[in-house]
Design a protein around this ligand. Structure first.
Ligand SMILES: [Zn+2]
Length: 331
């Protein structure tokens, strides 16, 4: 009523013009979200573009299996503005449970790996002091959301391989989950997120083909590498590579002298051509292995984190860089 009274007598054309110029073109602020590690943060940014502000808890070149949370992290998570927390799941970032408890986070937790074909670990690579069979994991779609404690206990033993992003087919699953979550949190920008996700998935599909082509050019008997920790299982399964990793699935355990000599024996026996370093780990062990086996040091692979600068500062760039380094060393 007041509105009408105020504009009474103002010609309709003029009124429309006034209102039109007063309406901002796009007033909505970006939504605030958090991702557990840098690779996931980059995927979220690729889908959300300037409509999403994303903070990564583990920074580039950081160890995504562990975290040193800062008061700012907790503050960010406590803020009612923070709508989503993206985690990898599969035990990589179960440290977020602590953060969720201490921050009283009110938003939604999105498990980006939901729906990927999970790589289970063979008995040999699992530090298996406990019997897990009775838990009957197989076929669970949301292991993280059930009986947290019991599963966390199992994840610590690395029953699943969490490094699913190393297969570009899984990267596409992550992107679909991210787009869906952003759309639910911010339906106004649904079309933007759908379009970005579609473009991004197309790029992943094209890169996936390139990776297959590059890997197929390496002689089969030379498709064997040594990495620091077991982060390339999905890559190996998808693109045809054999990987030996002295540190196992997480980065916390140190190998014993016995483990190392077994690995050195295996590298010699199988004539593995190259040893690779990782951006997230100390590489002393790799130097030792290289010296004792004669396998050359093939360069740096990006496993669990992006680089701060350079080609590997994005998920696609990281995959490109890894494939180039591997093919150059093995060809
Ligand atoms: Zn890892």
């Amino acid at each position: 009523m007041k509105f009408q009274a105020y504009f009474k007598g103002v010609p309709a054309m003029v009124l429309a013009g006034l209102l039109g110029s007063a309406l901002p073109v796009h007033a909505k602020a970006p939504i605030e979200v958090v991702a557990s590690f840098s690779i996931l943060a980059d995927m979220v940014k690729s889908v959300g573009a300037d409509q999403v502000n994303v903070v990564s808890l583990v920074p580039a070149d950081g160890n995504s299996h562990e975290v040193e949370l800062t008061p700012q992290d907790v503050k960010k998570m406590s803020s009612p503005d923070t709508k989503l927390l993206f985690v990898n799941g599969l035990g990589l970032d179960s440290w977020t449970d602590r953060l969720l408890a201490s921050s009283g986070f009110k938003g939604k937790v999105i498990v980006a790996s939901d729906g990927v074909k999970v790589r289970k670990l063979g008995e040999a690579s699992v530090d298996d002091e406990h019997e897990h069979d009775d838990h009957g994991h197989e076929g669970h779609e949301h292991p993280e959301q059930e009986n947290e404690q019991e599963h966390e206990h199992e994840h610590d033993h690395g029953e699943f391989d969490p490094h699913a992003w190393q297969d570009l087919a899984n990267g596409q699953v992550y992107v679909r989950n991210i787009a869906q979550a952003l759309t639910q949190a911010d339906p106004e920008n649904a079309a933007l997120y759908a379009g970005n996700a579609q473009d991004y998935i197309k790029q992943m599909q094209a890169l996936d083909e390139q990776v297959r082509k590059s890997m197929s050019e390496i002689p089969v008997e030379r498709r064997k590498i040594v990495t620091t920790h077991e982060a390339f299982g999905y890559f190996a399964d998808a693109y045809g590579l054999e990987v030996i990793a002295p540190l196992g699935i997480s980065t916390s355990a140190e190998p014993s002298a016995k483990d190392i000599s077994a690995i050195i024996r295996q590298i010699k026996e199988q004539q593995i051509p190259a040893v690779f370093l990782e951006n997230v780990k100390s590489n002393k062990l790799q130097d030792q292995i290289s010296k004792e086996t004669g396998a050359k040091v093939g360069g740096i692979l990006y496993s669990d984190a992006l680089s701060k600068t350079g080609e590997a500062d994005s998920y696609l760039g990281m995959m490109r860089s890894n494939v180039r380094v591997i093919t150059e060393a093995l060809k």
